[in-house]
Design a protein around this ligand. Structure first.
Ligand SMILES: [Zn+2]
Length: 309
């Protein structure tokens, strides 16, 4: 079985404006890194458009319609100071969520062993009824609900190693005992959520905040003693990774000091758990990462491990 890469050229047409860190060059850097010879075994598929039915499992239908209605016909429209849309943003957001839906189909059907979705806009800050933090729709959450509705994969765990807390995924997951949200993130940092005391209504949110300047030892300690045991105990039917690479030491938006090796190690450990509990089914989706070279090399390290999981 393959590792499948889902992406779409429309994700490059989401234009956030001059100088915005969440830019199309991020995706170009990721795709270039996955074009090298060692990735020739990656199966490549175009991301479909997510449907309204798929999106409205994670967000109210009126909210989805409201976001899509805000997409400007020219120039830019801002949802907030950070979250900007251009004429191409609507299709990009639908392809980003659609990639995760298609990736879930691919791993649930046994076509793919696992999948990586190289998409933007990212999703983990998008709450049930609020787009924010560069994110329009919560791609990972849309995928989790699709796994349940279309494939009967009832228990879905999300592991989010983006340097920012995924307030959106936590907001959507926290009242459902069959959904687990786990996060390592720098704290304090945007968006300000993710305290270790935020546990969800059923103990189904597991937050491991890390102080600024933390590096490999602190990250691996949190993974080993908090995150991995929680996923092991939960016994998911599907594991989704919110793969942000902005905890990399070279990232300009935050102050953690992870290396490519740390992302590879975490991927390996998550792969071990996926093999134990869910037939190795992993769907990984790109979140943040704002130093283009670090983003490219860390993503390559992550996908390399997925290919050998
Ligand atoms: Zn981030």
């Amino acid at each position: 079985m393959f590792t499948t890469l889902f992406t779409h050229a429309a994700c490059l047409d989401h234009d956030t404006g001059l100088g915005h860190p969440e830019c199309a060059d991020r995706l170009r850097a990721v795709l270039a890194a996955l074009e090298t010879e060692e990735f020739y075994m990656l199966e490549r598929q175009e991301a479909p458009l997510a449907t309204m039915d798929q999106l409205s499992r994670a967000h109210p239908r009126e909210h989805v319609e409201r976001i899509l209605a805000l997409v400007p016909e020219q120039e830019h429209a801002g949802i907030d100071a950070d979250t900007v849309m251009s004429p191409g943003s609507g299709e990009a957001a639908l392809r980003a969520a659609g990639a995760v839906v298609a990736a879930v189909d691919a791993v649930a059907s046994g076509h793919s062993r696992n999948a990586f979705c190289a998409v933007r806009p990212p999703g983990h800050h998008a709450e049930h009824e609020k787009a924010m933090g560069f994110c329009l729709f919560n791609n990972a959450a849309v995928g989790a609900y699709h796994a349940r509705a279309a494939h009967g994969l009832q228990r879905v765990a999300v592991m989010d190693f983006d340097v920012h807390h995924g307030n959106g995924t936590q907001d959507i997951f926290q009242r459902d005992p069959d959904l687990l949200y786990c996060s390592t993130h720098q704290s304090p940092l945007y968006p300000g959520t993710g305290d270790a005391g935020e546990k969800g209504d059923y103990g189904n949110c597991v937050n491991a905040p890390l102080a600024a300047m933390s590096g490999s030892p602190e990250f691996r300690h949190a993974m080993t003693h908090i995150i991995l045991p929680a996923i092991d105990h939960f016994k998911p039917d599907l594991l989704i990774i919110s793969a942000g690479f902005d905890a990399h030491s070279r990232d300009p938006l935050a102050g953690l000091h992870l290396t490519d090796d740390d992302f590879a190690w975490a991927t390996r450990k998550l792969g071990d758990l996926a093999r134990t509990h869910c037939g190795a089914r992993i769907v990984s989706v790109l979140e943040g990462g704002y130093n283009l070279r670090a983003l490219a090399s860390a993503t390559a390290a992550h996908v390399r491990e997925l290919m050998y999981c």
